[in-house]
Design a protein around this ligand. Structure first.
Ligand SMILES: NC(=[NH2+])NCCC[C@H](N)C(=O)O
Ligand SMILES: [Mn+2]
Ligand SMILES: [Mn+2]
Length: 308
């Protein structure tokens, strides 16, 4: 990995149902993210935290929707930051709740389009976050970013127009185990690849991921990875507001990160939904930092000597 790594704090908490994700970027810094990357001989630039753009008043007919003006403003600023930093190095977005991915993915899609390459997204999450502004019943907008970036209906004119839409066929979701009825219907209709936890149990995470990486490589695509803390089992990652039992294990997730590194296809990463207020002495933050290290090239042995 020769590209410099650019750390961007995205202290977004307006999309989540409870407060605390705004402390995520600080927790990753305290957990030593910069230092583990430097240990891997990666150049690291910490750009600090992104500030919220000015709000424009927005009203939506779905009365459940909360903090839409904030969502719009974060999406605008993060999309621009992703587009720019995606051209300079490997951005790691330190969340912040998952609504931030509306900005990071739309910005990376614009960056990829600029380079004439298709963007693919690997979505590691217990949830598909595929609600539209009309279908959300919780009104928590961290449940909507994937629908927005893939161009599902009803986001205009409430959110920024997309420079480039991410093809639903270029999205692979793994770890899914909490889906609302409207999301189920919309995911199927859109043609998103969804590997739920049953698929992970029956087929194994590595073969599912390998098949997706082969698809990305076959068309010379670039890959954005969005890692939600609740992808992991709550037993190892308690620092999140939306825990769902039966998540991915420590080894499964490290293996996925190692495979992603070896693929050479990944060019940007979201670390989302960490809520340090709910964490236990930083253990979730530390685990996420270790996973990021695996994705950026930390390994136990070089491959030819991994067993001897
Ligand atoms: N990024 C997340 N943690 N999303 C959880 C969303 C949960 C639920 N589907 C909702 O819309 O409220
Ligand atoms: Mn999520
Ligand atoms: Mn989730």
């Amino acid at each position: 990995m020769t590209k410099p790594c650019i750390l961007i704090g995205a202290p977004v908490q307006d999309g989540a149902g409870r407060l605390g994700c705004d402390m995520g970027p600080s927790a990753y810094r305290a957990a030593g993210l910069r230092e583990v990357l430097l240990d891997l001989d990666i150049e690291v630039y910490d750009r600090g935290n992104v500030a919220l753009a000015p709000l424009r008043p927005i009203v939506h007919p779905n009365a459940a929707v909360r903090l839409l003006a904030e969502y719009d403003a974060w999406t605008r600023v993060l999309s621009q930051v992703a587009f720019e930093t995606g051209g300079e190095g490997f951005p790691i977005f330190l969340g912040g709740d998952h609504s931030l991915s509306a900005g990071t993915i739309s910005g990376m899609a614009r960056r990829a389009a600029h380079e004439g390459r298709p963007l693919f997204v690997l979505w590691l999450d217990a949830h598909p976050d595929f609600h539209t502004l009309e279908t959300t019943t919780s009104g928590n907008l961290h449940g909507t970013p994937m629908a927005y970036v893939t161009g599902q209906p009803g986001f205009m004119p409430f959110l920024p127009a997309l420079h480039a839409t991410t093809e639903p066929e270029h999205v692979c979701m793994i770890g899914i185990r909490s889906v609302d009825p409207a999301e189920r219907t919309a995911l199927r209709a859109a043609g998103v690849t969804v590997h739920d936890m049953r698929a992970v149990d029956e087929e194994g995470l590595a073969p599912l991921l390998r098949a997706f990486l082969d698809r990305v490589a076959a068309v010379h695509g670039v890959l954005h990875v969005s890692l939600d803390v609740d992808f992991l089992d709550p037993g190892i990652a308690p620092g999140v507001g939306t825990t769902v039992p039966g998540g991915a294990t420590f080894r499964e997730t490290h293996l996925a990160m190692e495979m992603l590194h070896d693929s050479g296809l990944v060019r940007s990463l979201d670390l989302v939904e960490l809520n340090p207020f709910l964490d236990e002495r930083g253990r979730t933050a530390l685990l996420m930092v270790d996973l990021a290290a695996s994705l950026m090239g930390r390994r136990i042995f070089d491959r030819p000597t991994r067993s001897f």
